[in-house]
Design a protein around this ligand. Structure first.
Ligand code: HEC
Length: 158
């Protein structure tokens, strides 16, 4: 693939992932509730960017400085996506009343939402610093927080 083609493919992928009308499908195990997506930016979007960043390493026609440059651009996009995810925490919290949780459950729910916010913030900081190696493990931890909350509380909502 030529450099221009690669740039076009990446550009097209990013554009399509950014349009509000084409939300990524709910991950397996999270049936679509038919309601507006709870999180406009998900960790799936971050993973997609991570994959693109890693794929650059195998682009044969790029020189090392070009690869570095592209990865920096991707890291910046990850930083932006993580920031958006961080500001989606309010959307998660807005579901709280409808879930009819008791006091303890509400505490746990808020704690998990807060934890996700902190994780998104930390990821944003690392991506901004272009600390690429730190991003993947942080992403895994973030996904664990998503799952914890769904395991505990998704059954209450719908
Ligand atoms: C603090 C709890 C909590 C956290 C953390 C959380 N979610 Fe959710 N999520 C929910 C609840 C509750 C629902 C069900 C909402 C409903 O049906 O009213 C839900 C629903 C969803 C849905 C189904 C679509 C929808 O809008 O109903 C998706 C997809 C989803 N979450 C993705 C994620 C991802 C990805 C993360 C992590 C980046 C995450 N969630 C973190 C509580 C959480």
């Amino acid at each position: 693939m030529t450099q221009l083609n690669l740039a076009l493919v990446i550009g097209a992928t990013l554009l399509s992932a950014c349009t509000a009308t084409s939300q990524p499908a709910a991950p397996a195990g999270l049936p679509d509730t038919g309601q507006p997506a709870l999180h406009a930016v998900s960790d799936a979007r971050l993973r997609e960017l991570m994959d693109q960043m890693n794929a650059l390493m195998f682009e044969r026609f790029m020189t090392q400085p070009e690869i570095d440059r592209e990865r920096r651009i991707h890291a910046q996009k990850m930083a932006d996506a993580a920031e958006k995810l961080g500001s989606a925490i309010d959307a998660i919290l807005s579901r709280l009343p409808a879930l009819n949780l008791n006091q303890d459950e509400q505490l746990t729910f808020r704690a998990l939402a807060g934890k996700l916010g902190e994780q998104a913030h930390a990821l944003n900081a690392q991506a901004k610093l272009n600390h690429i190696d730190n991003i993947e493990p942080m992403l895994d931890q973030m996904t664990a927080t998503c799952s914890s909350c769904h395991t505990l509380f998704r059954k209450f909502g719908n």
